[in-house]
Design a protein around this ligand. Sequence first.
Ligand code: SF4
Ligand code: SF4
Length: 405
Amino acid sequence: MAAPFTNLMRFDIPRQRFYFAGFELWISEFSIIFFALMLLMFIIAASAIIHGRVYCSYACPQMIFSEWSQSVEAWAKRVTQKVLKTPTPKIKKLAGQGLFYAVLLVASVFLAFVFTSYFIEPRDLLGRLLHLDFVTVGGITGATVTLMTFLDLTLVRQKFCTTVCPYGYIQGMLQDKHTLLVSYQDGVGEAKDCIECKKCVRVCEMGIDIRDSPFQIECVHCGDCIDACEDVLRKLGKPGLIHYAWGETPKAVALLEPWYKRWGFRDAKRVVILLIMTFYLVGLGMALSLRRPVLVEINPDRATMFKVLDDGRIANMIRFKLANRTGKTASVRLWVEGLPGAELALPANPVVLQPGETFERTVELRAPFAQDGQDVHHIRILAQSDAARKSDAEDMTFITPLKRK
Ligand code: SF4
Ligand code: SF4
């Protein structure tokens, strides 16, 4: 929830910026965004191989807020039962539902605000919310997300995991024989400890019986059945029968395996994911190290080959694009090499750029006419920003007439 407000991760669609781990990236710096997102995706995939559905049970917002909404519903029921003394059970039930929906409505506005802040600057979004803006794209998006959040948390909840979400199916493909599972382990015949109380089935929001198999696609590894079974069997002085386990191999047997087998370092899937993650990590590191805080683009504008100015000098048109990608004011000094007496007709040199500002202009590069029998002169335009250690250099040509009329 804090990520969009701290710029830990946020896509600012109107400004076309991507904020990641304190970096403000421009949409033109797509390689960094690409490597960062691919790395994130493969970290989740690696976690799915090792820890199973740990993301579903402990990190997925859908699961967290679905469980929270159930708690609020139970709380609203309890409060109204306790506070309302006289009315009939029907009125108490209606009051409980009313309280639940009121809390969920406020929460939906807040959650939709957090979600939409990933794509629209939070202060800008707050302004739209306070003005009840249902006209702009940002306002309509916020209102739609609020409605969807409310319906999701009141009607859909965990049903989302078994109907819409593809993660369960992907998990089925990713897991291997060492993946963390929720597993039921009991003896057979007389040695069976299960008392068939079915509390593990009743508490399961996914509506499954974990005793049938640890590989059921509906199981999100929330661990509710583990707690339920422990609660029941503790009263009989016995340990619970459902546990988190690394693969199906019983713990005693698994401990006899060498460590590299237990960690699954010989499993092809794990090695491949590790190599892919290394590839994207190196790519991200390289893209970040090559990043230029101030973007400099210098190109000749050949719509006009050259101009003869009133004072007899020759001018070529040069297009500049300077963009300050930092959060501080930057200044860029520009100069020309290989052309004696050259002057850039900039409004100011150095060019001062405010944070996030882009300077885009076509200006004259003026130089005295040289009687050297050449119409093409090879020159170099350099730009040195105070935010960069190295200057940017652009080789190009300066075109003049062969003879002055
Ligand atoms: S909660 Fe435990 S004892 Fe009860 S049915 Fe489930 S596994 Fe058996
Ligand atoms: S079987 Fe247990 S761990 Fe799996 S979803 Fe149901 S309660 Fe959660």
